[in-house]
Design a protein around this ligand. Structure first.
Ligand SMILES: *Cc1c(COP(=O)(O)O)cnc(C)c1O
Length: 219
């Protein structure tokens, strides 16, 4: 795997409005630095502690995205530095992010994770639950979080038509919510295996791991 070449390839290939998040979970800092030296500044991790230790070691102009499921008791460790939390899937998690952001005098950008996969998945809000959250009084009073868009993961399948249908559905929800939430600007969908379909269906942020850094040994 030539990480630097892969970063170059995506820079050339991705449309200008699409942001690349390099998903570096399980990979050593030396490999993240190869991507950094090729110009990559946005990295995504799925474990808070791993992200925190990489944040300490890496240059300070890196933007750290948390893309995985977050336990509420871990929020405090990333509140000082995280730049985007992709997978907010409950009002209680959002409340905790608001609380910890307030303590460090920040406003943290978040995305709501919407359950779009037709297969049974553990995490994510239904469209109705997300709508209810955004309309809730508690949400209106959160001064230290900013929900700037949506994130979703398609079913892991070879059936392209199904993947496309799921992304299309998320894009529809995004468009609908954007009418009332004027600060929506990010639709995070697409990974190594399905990002081209995701972009065709309206994604403006792709999360690519193994196609940049190689296969992971564990998750
Ligand atoms: C691991 C992960 C990715 C990247 O997956 P690849 O298939 O390696 O590109 C994207 N999004 C989330 C939420 C992940 O956990």
């Amino acid at each position: 795997m030539d990480i630097s070449e892969n970063i170059q390839k995506y820079k050339e290939e991705l449309p200008e409005n699409v942001t690349l998040v390099a998903i570096s979970k399980t990979k050593p800092v030396s490999e993240l630095m190869e991507a950094y030296n090729a110009g990559q500044r946005i990295f995504g991790e799925n474990k808070v502690q791993e992200m925190e230790s990489k944040w300490q070691e890496m240059p300070k102009d890196v933007q750290w995205h948390m893309v995985g499921h977050v336990q509420r008791n871990k929020v405090k460790y990333m509140a000082p530095f995280v730049s985007l939390i992709h997978a907010v899937d409950s009002p209680r998690l959002l409340k905790e992010i608001n609380k910890q952001a307030k303590k460090v005098d920040r406003t943290i950008d978040c995305l709501l994770q919407i359950k779009i996969a037709e297969e049974d998945t553990k995490f994510g809000l239904s469209e109705a639950d997300a709508k209810e959250l955004l309309a809730s009084e508690a949400f209106q009073n959160f001064g230290n979080v900013s929900v700037v868009g949506l994130m979703g993961m398609a079913t892991f399948t070879d059936d392209e038509a199904q993947v496309r249908r799921e992304f299309k559905n998320l894009n529809r929800i995004y468009d609908d919510f954007s009418k009332t939430h004027k600060n929506f600007s990010i639709l995070s969908m697409g990974m190594s295996s399905d990002y081209t379909i995701a972009i065709e269906e309206g994604s403006n942020m792709v999360r690519i791991g193994s196609a940049i850094f190689g296969e992971r040994n564990y998750n």
